[in-house]
Write a protein that binds this ligand. Structure first.
Ligand SMILES: *[C@@H]1O[C@H](CO)[C@@H](O)[C@H](O)[C@H]1NC(C)=O
Ligand SMILES: *[C@@H]1O[C@H](CO)[C@@H](O)[C@H](O)[C@H]1NC(C)=O
Ligand SMILES: *[C@@H]1O[C@H](CO)[C@@H](O)[C@H](O)[C@H]1NC(C)=O
Ligand SMILES: *[C@@H]1O[C@H](CO)[C@@H](O)[C@H](O)[C@H]1NC(C)=O
Length: 424
């Protein structure tokens, strides 16, 4: 077969509509969903389109199965996990014993920042605390179960925040799990059907305020409501503070995971479910959070090459997501010693190479709302430079004649974007 562009539907992402005018700020926001939901999402988020998610914590030490390791082993007692522990660890070994083995020995925040920037992402989100409860900063409320008191003896959140802000133009974001699987205070509240609120009052809320005041994340990615309603977490009270008074009140964005039933309904942008991909345009801003390792968010030592999404699939996902008004948050799992495995590095660099050519069709775009244009557009293939010939078909739109290019002339691999200008 002669080399050239394959004849298949090409994703078209077009810049047609001017950004909507900023609505007047509703500050001060009241601690009600009605008021909070009316806050306009800071514009940078929609323009950013691509973020990198990092799942890192004590679960990166066993690095087996998934970041839900503790729960699968001692909550659900899945045979695979029970067997793994029986076979490789002494009988009295506790999950907490993985803490000191989380070394972050080779963790270099500058290298991470440079790599994340090279992916073309415009924001990143780090798991500051997952459901295991271990905090990657020296939380005053997580005694002996944080990265400063145990394991690395380093403030991971701070190191990454500094590197991202000093070396890149990315926005720094933090994931935070509201609940913790085995925290006795949470379990006590749960056994009272959440009529008592010891856990959010003494742990979750103080940590959220500490995180925001200390590290000033511009994405606050809440997760893990533990089946408790948002009134238990006082999510509306916290968000009113975040939007009215916090140091990031003007630029912070949040998601929709703020209590049982809030997902896809309240908060900032919608995530709706993991790997959410509605395949049609949503009027509310949304994000598709997905992971390059198909079965886990945390690093798995036993993952094979077929477990990782290919760059062709990633580019397709990005294009589908952006064309329907979403952002893509693609996840990688660093190892316990702070390295990013070459397979993740390759995917990030490939995505960056693709965006170098096609970024014009991604960043700052708006979904195309109408496809029955009658006025002659100019068409060009991004990265190719020449105008392309096209034919208008009365009923079904128009057909673009793609150039026959040799491999050496291809502007990029994995997916091609056409730009239409002067479209009315
Ligand atoms: C961390 O990485 C940066 C960028 O590659 C490099 O300049 C620096 O020397 C590294 N620091 C250490 C301690 O290895
Ligand atoms: C909820 O948070 C707000 C704002 O910080 C605070 O004023 C209020 O007392 C809190 N309510 C409860 C029930 O914790
Ligand atoms: C284009 O589509 C819009 C909305 O469906 C319709 O109102 C309009 O008449 C169409 N224009 C042409 C030229 O088909
Ligand atoms: C453009 O495409 C049409 C339809 O295939 C063809 O008739 C015409 O000759 C082409 N023009 C150029 C300049 O290639």
């Amino acid at each position: 077969m002669a080399p050239g562009l394959p004849h298949r539907a090409l994703p078209l992402l077009l810049l047609l509509l001017p950004p909507p005018p900023a609505r007047p700020a509703g500050r001060p926001y009241a601690p009600t969903w009605e008021s909070l939901d009316a806050r306009p999402l800071p514009r940078w988020f929609d323009e950013a389109k691509l973020g990198v998610f990092l799942h890192w914590g004590v679960f990166s030490v066993p690095a087996f199965g998934s970041e839900w390791f503790w729960w699968y082993w001692q909550g659900e007692k899945k045979p695979e996990f029970v067997q793994f522990m029986k076979q490789y660890y002494p009988p009295d070994f506790k999950y907490e014993d993985f803490g000191p083995q989380f070394t972050a020995r080779f963790f270099n925040a500058s290298q991470w920042a440079d790599l994340i920037q090279a992916s073309g992402a415009k924001y990143m989100v780090l798991t500051s605390k997952h459901h295991e409860g271990f905090t990657l900063w020296g939380s005053k409320y997580s005694w002996n179960w944080n990265a400063v008191d145990e394991g690395p003896a380093r403030d991971i959140v701070k190191e990454l925040a500094v590197a991202i802000r000093s070396r890149t133009d990315l926005r720094f974001g933090l994931y935070y799990s509201l609940f913790e699987w085995f925290n006795p205070l949470f379990l006590a509240d749960k056994s009272s059907s959440f009529h008592t609120r010891q856990f959010p009052v003494s742990k979750t809320l103080p940590e959220l305020y500490e995180l925001v005041n200390t590290y000033q994340p511009e994405v606050l990615w809440a997760d893990g409501d533990g089946g408790a309603p948002d009134s238990y977490w006082n999510s509306t009270g916290f968000l009113a503070w975040l939007y009215n008074e916090s140091p990031v009140r003007d630029t912070v964005v949040t998601n929709d995971r703020w209590g049982d039933g809030t997902i896809c309904k309240h908060g900032g942008y919608y995530t709706c479910s993991d790997r959410y991909n509605p395949e049609h345009i949503l009027q509310h801003k949304w994000e598709n959070c997905m992971t390059i390792d198909k079965v886990s968010w945390g690093y798995r030592r036993n993952a094979g090459i077929l477990d990782y999404i290919t760059i062709e699939e990633l580019v397709k996902l990005l294009v589908e997501t952006v064309s329907c008004g979403g952002n893509l948050l693609m996840n990688i799992g660093p190892t316990e010693d702070g390295t990013i495995s070459p397979i993740f590095e390759e995917r990030l660099r490939q995505m960056g190479a693709w965006l170098n050519v096609n970024g014009e069709a991604i960043y700052g775009t708006h979904p195309w709302k109408s496809s029955n244009d009658t006025v002659t557009p100019d068409v060009k293939l991004l990265g190719h430079g020449q105008s392309l010939n096209w034919t208008f078909w009365e009923q079904s739109g128009f057909v673009v004649n793609l150039p026959q290019l040799s491999i050496g002339q291809l502007p990029c691999k994995w997916g091609w974007a056409l730009a239409l200008s002067h479209v009315v």
